[in-house]
Design a protein around this ligand. Structure first.
Ligand code: SF4
Ligand code: SF4
Length: 117
């Protein structure tokens, strides 16, 4: 499953540079599929949805740092544990029970975003 940031977040910013998928953004910032990945132009996501990787997407939160579920792989393919959760001083990066994915699905997402390794 993806990791989610709860409203306990104190906006310290420690997690953002640790994410290997650039899935973490500051509140109110736009996000893009292409940020920190090999994606660009029109791409078909692993869930079949077609998106423009270059297009700015609406922030998930206007107030606190947030994680884009489509870009979070729980750090699979890069690290043994979620790096955001490892550095968060208030332990507010937690599994999102509403976005459940298998390890194979997470690894497929990681390879999709980083086909060159
Ligand atoms: S678990 Fe890993 S991939 Fe997901 S948001 Fe945290 S640092 Fe990024
Ligand atoms: S490390 Fe934790 S408290 Fe700091 S910005 Fe990230 S989620 Fe918020």
């Amino acid at each position: 499953m993806a990791i989610i940031i709860t409203d306990e977040c104190i906006n310290c910013g420690a997690c953002e540079p640790e994410c290997p998928n650039t899935a973490i953004y500051e509140g109110a910032d736009d996000w893009r599929y292409k940020d920190g990945t090999s994606l660009n132009g029109t791409v078909v996501l692993t869930n079949g949805e077609e998106v423009d990787a270059d297009e700015a997407q609406e922030p998930v939160s206007d107030e606190i740092y947030y994680i884009v579920p489509d870009k979070c792989t729980e750090c699979k393919g890069f690290h043994d544990e979620p790096q955001c959760a490892a550095v968060c001083p208030v332990d507010c990066c937690v599994p999102d029970e509403d976005v459940v994915e298998t390890e194979d699905e997470l690894l497929a997402k990681q390879r999709f975003m980083h086909p060159d390794g």
